[in-house]
Ligand binder design. Structure first.
Ligand code: FAD
Length: 180
């Protein structure tokens, strides 16, 4: 059985009789803002501060922004909190000349982290045939092409793909066995 249930992965493990790994779903909020009138934003860079307290970037004619929140959550259908939206707008207005007249859209989702914030790909040493593919945190989209090939190889009992190995990643880095 492969457990790729995102925020629900620990719960699915319990249902399957495996031990949860201590995965924590964290809520992350996104808002969309109208660009300043007349501004050509398509070539704007993605802007993120060193302390990761906000980021913003152009997104299909709008400005996408986040307060970079990481609020621990139960595994739920996440919704944005008004306070996180207000914090996001406040942080943006402190650093950029972005007059915010309205928040066109907002949403939130869950980014799920293992205790060491490294993804968990591999068979559970304590639950025969139970394969973990979880804990991708905030990078599951960007790592997807390599992570999917890595996960498939590990699930089939094959070696780590050579190009991934060359970059210094070994199966032990992502194994669920590291949680003792
Ligand atoms: C606001 C936000 C912004 C993000 N930005 C980025 C970004 O810029 N770049 C990036 O790389 N990543 C980003 N991420 C992170 C990325 O979305 C996650 O890392 C990725 O989605 C994790 O993939 P997953 O398949 O493990 O989990 P999920 O995408 O959550 O998929 C798990 C699926 O399992 C399903 N499921 C749960 N339980 C069961 C069950 N019992 N039976 C059947 N199905 C079940 C769920 O419904 C869900 O569809 C962002 C996440 C959020 C919330």
């Amino acid at each position: 059985m492969a457990n790729a249930a995102g925020a629900w992965a620990d719960g699915v493990a319990r249902l399957a009789g495996a031990k949860p790994l201590g995965l924590t779903p964290m809520r992350r909020t996104i808002i969309l803002l109208d660009p300043p009138p007349g501004a050509e934003i398509a070539a704007w860079p993605a802007v993120i501060d060193a302390d990761e307290e906000y980021y913003f970037k152009p997104e299909a004619g709008m400005i996408l922004a986040s307060p970079a929140d990481e609020t621990p959550s139960d595994p739920v259908d996440a919704a944005p909190d008004e306070m996180d939206i207000a914090i996001c707008v406040d942080r943006l207005q402190n650093v950029a000349e972005l007059p915010v007249r309205r928040v066109a859209r907002s949403w939130a989702g869950l980014r799920t982290f293992a205790p060491d914030r490294v993804p968990v790909f591999g068979y559970d040493p304590r639950a025969e045939g139970f394969f973990w593919y979880a804990g991708q945190g905030g990078y599951g989209m960007q790592i997807a092409p390599a992570a999917a090939r890595l996960g498939a190889a590990l699930a089939l009992g094959q070696p780590v793909p050579a190009d991934i190995l060359e970059r210094g990643l070994v199966a032990e880095d992502v194994t669920p066995a590291r949680f003792g």
